[in-house]
Design a protein around this ligand. Structure first.
Ligand SMILES: Cc1cc2nc3c(=O)[nH]c(=O)nc-3n(C[C@H](O)[C@H](O)[C@H](O)COP(=O)(O)OP(=O)(O)OC[C@H]3O[C@@H](n4cnc5c(N)ncnc54)[C@H](O)[C@@H]3O)c2cc1C
Length: 205
């Protein structure tokens, strides 16, 4: 398949203000040997002297102000804490039209909203393990504890409070909650399991 390029002006829901902003590159051009819309723009910017970078930053700040950036751009954002979404309704085309939410007091509000971005998850599902493995006060599995006599000579940083039971990834207390970190722990735990098994076999011999 051949990639094709389209101007951002044909994207749905692109405001005229945003288009004007992205097309207003003329004041920035003197700083660069290439067009400010080019992909190399950022690396070119890194090569600028500190003085030039400061002038460019001032210019961008001014441009933002002229385009109503800063506080004016966020004036219509309302932060609702202790609130949960309890209803989404839409039309027959499957498009979102209205969102209903409930505050901690129980009061419900519904408004016309066409886009919702969600960040859900990141809750450890470990209630069923409580009592079996040591958990921290948020429910994440503790690892690297002194496992006692069963497996001892080397530190097993990914071992839980139960010898030869290991935990990796988001569920582990203290882990970096990122995909790459989880993959890394997955690789690291293999050698720890091998060592734990070797210790076990040595004990049995
Ligand atoms: C909204 C959101 C956005 C994120 N964005 C990024 C990002 O941009 N970049 C990034 O690197 N990381 C991001 N993360 C973090 C990333 O998703 C996690 O670090 C990663 O998925 C952890 O992998 P994991 O295998 O440890 O756990 P998970 O991916 O959570 O996998 C655990 C699995 O176990 C299953 N499970 C749970 N309980 C049981 C049970 N009792 N029995 C059987 N199965 C069970 C779950 O259903 C799930 O499938 C984001 C996380 C969230 C929530």
């Amino acid at each position: 398949m051949e990639p094709e390029c389209y101007p951002s002006s044909i994207l749905p829901h692109t405001s005229q203000l945003f288009l004007d902003y992205t097309e207003s590159t003329e004041p920035l051009t003197p700083f660069f040997s290439i067009a400010p819309t080019s992909k190399r723009w950022i690396s070119e910017g890194r090569k600028l002297s500190a003085e030039h970078r400061a002038r460019l930053a001032d210019l961008l700040a001014l441009q933002n102000a002229e385009f109503n950036g800063g506080p004016a751009a966020t004036a219509n954002i309302e932060l609702l804490t202790c609130t949960e979404i309890v209803g989404l309704s839409g039309n027959e085309q499957g498009q979102l039209e209205r969102v209903r939410w409930r505050s901690r007091t129980g009061a419900e509000v519904e408004k016309t909203i066409r886009n919702v971005f969600m960040f859900i998850g990141a809750e450890p599902n470990t209630a069923w393990l409580d009592g079996g493995l040591a958990l921290d006060n948020k429910g994440y599995i503790m690892t690297g504890l002194n496992p006692g006599e069963a497996v001892a000579p080397v530190p097993f940083t990914l071992q839980t409070s139960l010898p030869r039971v290991f935990a990796i990834g988001d569920i582990r207390c203290g882990s970096t909650k990122r995909v790459a970190a989880g993959v890394g722990e997955g690789a690291a735990v293999v050698s720890q399991i091998h060592r734990a098994l070797a210790v076990l076999q040595g004990d049995r011999a």
